[in-house]
Write a protein that binds this ligand. Structure first.
Ligand SMILES: [Zn+2]
Length: 181
C-alpha cells in the first residue's frame, strides 16, 4: 500500500471521496454529481462492496458503511435510475455496474507486486523440513527445500545450508548414496 492509498482511505473515512478506488470524484466539490450512500440492506451492501473491489470494507456493518461511504453517479447506468419529479433517484435494487477504466486493475496489480516482495529461502523465517533436490543450474549449488508448515518449496544456497543444517544435508546425501561393488 502506497501513501496514495492511505491518503485515499483517509478521505473515504471522512466521506468526502467516492468509495470506488479508481474514481477521483469528491463529495461537495462538484455540485452536479450525485452521491449515493451504500445501502443498509446486507445483500445489496455486499454487491456494492464487491463492485468497488475493497474486501476490507466488508468487515464493517452495513450501517457504518451507509453512514461513512458514498458512491458517485458515474458508477450507475441509466436503467438504475427512476425519475422523481425533476431529479433522478436510484432504484431500490440498483447495483453499480459501470466498469473501472481498463488500465486500473493492471496498474494496481503491478503496484502490489512491486510493494510486496515475497521473502525467499531462509528469509522466510521457516524451519526446513527436508531437502527435496539439488541443482547447480545457476552456476552455484542450490538445495530445493521443503519448509515446515509451508506449501511452497524453494531454493537456498547449499553453502549456507551446509553451515546451518549440516545434519539435514548429510541425511539427504546418505539417502542417495549408491554403493557400487
Ligand atoms: Zn465515483
Amino acid at each position: 500500500m502506497g501513501d496514495e492509498d492511505c491518503e485515499e482511505r483517509e478521505r473515504n473515512k471522512l466521506g468526502r471521496c467516492c468509495t470506488a478506488p479508481w474514481c477521483k470524484v469528491r463529495y461537495g466539490t462538484n455540485g452536479e454529481t450525485s452521491f449515493f450512500r451504500i445501502p443498509t440492506d446486507p445483500e445489496r451492501c455486499r454487491k456494492w462492496i464487491d463492485y468497488v473491489n475493497r474486501p476490507e470494507l466488508a468487515y464493517h456493518s452495513p450501517e457504518h458503511l451507509h453512514n461513512n461511504f458514498r458512491l458517485c453517479a458515474y458508477h450507475f447506468r441509466d436503467a438504475d435510475y427512476v425519475s422523481v419529479g425533476n431529479h433522478a433517484r436510484l432504484k431500490k435494487t440498483a447495483v453499480p455496474s459501470v466498469p473501472p477504466p481498463a488500465d486500473w486493475t493492471r496498474k494496481s496489480v503491478a503496484h502490489q507486486q512491486v510493494s510486496k516482495p515475497q521473502p525467499k529461502g531462509f528469509d522466510r523465517g521457516l524451519e526446513p523440513e527436508q531437502i527435496l533436490g539439488v541443482t547447480n543450474a545457476s552456476g552455484e549449488m542450490m538445495f530445493l527445500i521443503q519448509w515446515k508448515g509451508a506449501e511452497e518449496a524453494d531454493f537456498v544456497k547449499a553453502s549456507e545450508c551446509n553451515v546451518r543444517y549440516p545434519q539435514m544435508v548429510i541425511s539427504f546425501y546418505q539417502k542417495r548414496l549408491v554403493f557400487e561393488y
